[in-house]
Write a protein that binds this ligand. Sequence first.
Ligand SMILES: NC(=O)c1ccc[n+]([C@@H]2O[C@H](COP(=O)([O-])OP(=O)(O)OC[C@H]3O[C@@H](n4cnc5c(N)ncnc54)[C@H](O)[C@@H]3O)[C@@H](O)[C@H]2O)c1
Length: 257
Amino acid sequence: MDWKVVFITGAANGIGLDMVRGFCKSGYKVKMIDINQDLLIQRERELKEKGFHVSIDFCDVTDEHSVKEKIESTIDKYGKIDVLVNNAGIQHVALIEDFSTQKFKQLLDVMVTGAFITTKHVFPGMKKNNFGRIINMSSINGLIGFAGKSAYNSAKHGLIGLTKVAALEGANFGITANAICPGYIDTDMVRGQLEDLAKTRNISLHQVLEQIIYPLVPQKRLIPVSEVTQLALYLASEKTSSITGQSMVIDGGYTVQ
Ligand SMILES: NC(=O)c1ccc[n+]([C@@H]2O[C@H](COP(=O)([O-])OP(=O)(O)OC[C@H]3O[C@@H](n4cnc5c(N)ncnc54)[C@H](O)[C@@H]3O)[C@@H](O)[C@H]2O)c1
C-alpha cells in the first residue's frame, strides 16, 4: 500500500476544503468529514467534476459513536489512516457576563472534545502502523487573549494542550502531533465577519481592513488559505518526523509585536 490516507474534519468549507484539494493534489486518499451534510454533498460533486476523488461522511465530531464508526469505515475502505486533521471549528463572540454557558460548552465540545475523540480512535491504528501525523487547527487565539472570545480562546488554548499530550504519547510510535495557529486567513467566513463589521460601523470593507485589521498585522494582508494547506502538507510529510508538540504560527506577524 503506497498511498497515504488523510481524515479531515470540518472539510466542507474554508481551510478544511482547501486542504482537501491540497492533499488530493499530493496523491493522498482523502476522507472529508463535516456536520453540514448538504454542503458536504455539494462539495463532493464540485470536487469530482474537477477530477478530485474524495469520499465524504456526514458526522458531528462530538458524537463519539459516529466518529468511531467513520474512522473504522475509512480504515476498512483505505486500509489505514496516516494523517488526522482536526479542523472543525465554530465561533461565538460575547462578553463573559453575557456568554451563554451552553454556548461556551458547545465551543469546547467541538474544538477540544471533538479533537480528543478523533485522536483517541485513530491512535490504535497509527500505533500499529508505527506512523501517524496529527494536525490540530488551533489559532493565534490559542496563544493570546481576545476580548469577547472566552470560549474560542479557551478551546484553542486547550487544543494546544491536547496536541502536546498526543505528541508525548505518540513519540515512541512514529506519531507526531502539531498545532497550526493561523491569524486572519482569507476565507469566506472571515470576509463575511469583516463585512458584518463594516455594516455595524457603517464603513466599507476596505476601511475595515485599513483601519481595524491591517494595523494589527505587520504584513498588512489577509493570509492566503493555500499557505495554511502548505504548512499542513509539510507537517504531514514523512520527512518532518522530528517536529512534534509544536504550535506553528502563520499570522503575517500579528503575534510578533
Ligand atoms: N479562517 C481563519 O482566519 C481562522 C483563523 C484561525 C483558526 N481558524 C480555525 O480553522 C478551522 C477552519 O476555519 P474556517 O475559517 O475554514 O471555518 P469554516 O466555518 O469555513 O469551516 C468550518 C467547518 O467545520 C464544520 N463543523 C462545525 N462544527 C462541526 C462539528 N461539530 N462536526 C463536524 N464538522 C463541524 C462546519 O460545518 C464547516 O464546514 C477552525 O477550527 C477555525 O477555528 C480559522
